[in-house]
Design a protein around this ligand. Structure first.
Ligand code: PBG
Length: 324
């Protein structure tokens, strides 16, 4: 007989009371801020499908990173817009390309910033796939060698964490061994462990110029219908040496975040991806949603589901709102 013995509204009656019993509290240190690095100086190319997001040159990336730190956001994730593309994605491990340069500059100017780099080939290959392509197929094992080179080039530049997002089998183990062999045993791996073949990446592909030229990514990214398989992916990545794991996207996969949280004993990150950002942005710009409460509700729901860390384009804005 819960009622009238129990009246749940007692604990909801004032703002202070609600503060006391709140189960999930967001803080700026939950956020990782993704940035798109391009060449040149003082460059800020707006990404049309993501209002408020830009491709930035290294000097501008540094300014954004300084803002992040001053707001309590501890970390950035860097994606590269390379100066050239080829079949193998060689610009991914070229030490003179924007990501490598940005890592160096950031670690000099903001040494305490946790710099994460995305390790993948789709931004760097002429065909836009995340691996080596032969006869229309994305080859697993030959791709691993290039991923190792890429992770090493980021480690040499000073990256704290490398984040492979390609979804090739065995990449975490390959990268861990590759880093250790060259003396980078302190560089951590955040694996995009359960990465789905999602239509919510659309705006990102404009931002990063990484749309596949033919076909789709369904032979390497996961089927959105599968959750058990995500646990397999995550467990193997932890066994292969991942220090943290990620579920991506976040909103349509809150159940997966919860199950991953219960399955492994490493920090769980969730990527609130470009399409999730753009949906809320578009609705707010049309006056259909109120942006601040909608964003904070969305981020809190990701944390409540079991994410320790949230990668979000709203990182700085949300940190500002939390301080208000
Ligand atoms: C690259 C990569 C993608 C995203 C992060 N890393 C796109 C893709 O797999 O096509 C998507 C991020 C976002 O949508 O915000 N492999």
């Amino acid at each position: 007989m819960p009622y009238p013995l129990h009246r749940y509204r007692r604990l909801r009656k004032s703002a202070r009371m609600r503060d006391m019993v709140r189960e999930t509290v967001l803080q700026p240190s939950d956020f990782i801020y993704p940035l798109f690095v391009t060449g040149g100086e003082k460059v800020e190319n707006p990404v049309e499908a993501m209002p408020g997001v830009y491709q930035l040159s290294v000097d501008r990336v540094r300014e954004e990173a300084e803002k992040a730190l001053s707001l309590g956001v501890p970390s950035v994730l860097l994606f590269g817009i390379p100066s050239y593309k080829d079949k193998k994605g060689s610009s991914a491990y070229d030490p003179n390309e924007p990501v490598q340069e940005a890592v160096k500059v950031l670690k000099e100017s903001c040494p305490e910033l946790v710099v994460i780099t995305d390790v993948c080939l789709c931004e760097y290959t002429s065909h836009g796939h995340c691996g080596v392509v032969e006869q229309g197929k994305v080859l697993n094992d030959p791709t691993l060698e290039i991923l190792i080179e890429t992770a090493l080039s980021h480690a040499r530049a000073g990256a704290d964490i490398v984040a492979p997002s390609d979804m090739m089998d065995g990449r975490v183990q390959a990268i861990r061994e590759g880093l250790d062999k060259k003396g980078y045993s302190e560089v951590a791996i955040l694996s995009y462990a359960a990465k789905y073949s999602s239509s919510f990446y659309g705006p990102f592909r404009e931002a990063a110029g990484s749309s596949p030229e033919f076909g789709d990514r369904k032979t390497y990214q996961m089927d959105p219908a599968n959750a058990r398989e995500a646990l397999k992916e995550v467990v193997s990545d932890v066994e292969e040496g991942a220090d943290m794991v990620m579920v991506k996207p976040a909103l349509s996969y809150l159940d997966v975040i919860r199950r991953v949280n219960e399955e492994v004993n490493v920090p769980v990150a969730a990527y609130n991806v470009s399409g999730e950002y753009s949906m809320i942005k578009a609705a707010s710009q049309n006056g259909w949603l109120e942006e601040k409460p909608a964003v904070l509700e969305m981020l809190a729901s990701i944390k409540r589901a079991g994410a320790d860390l949230i990668l979000t384009y709203y990182a700085l804005q949300a940190a500002r709102w939390l301080k208000e």
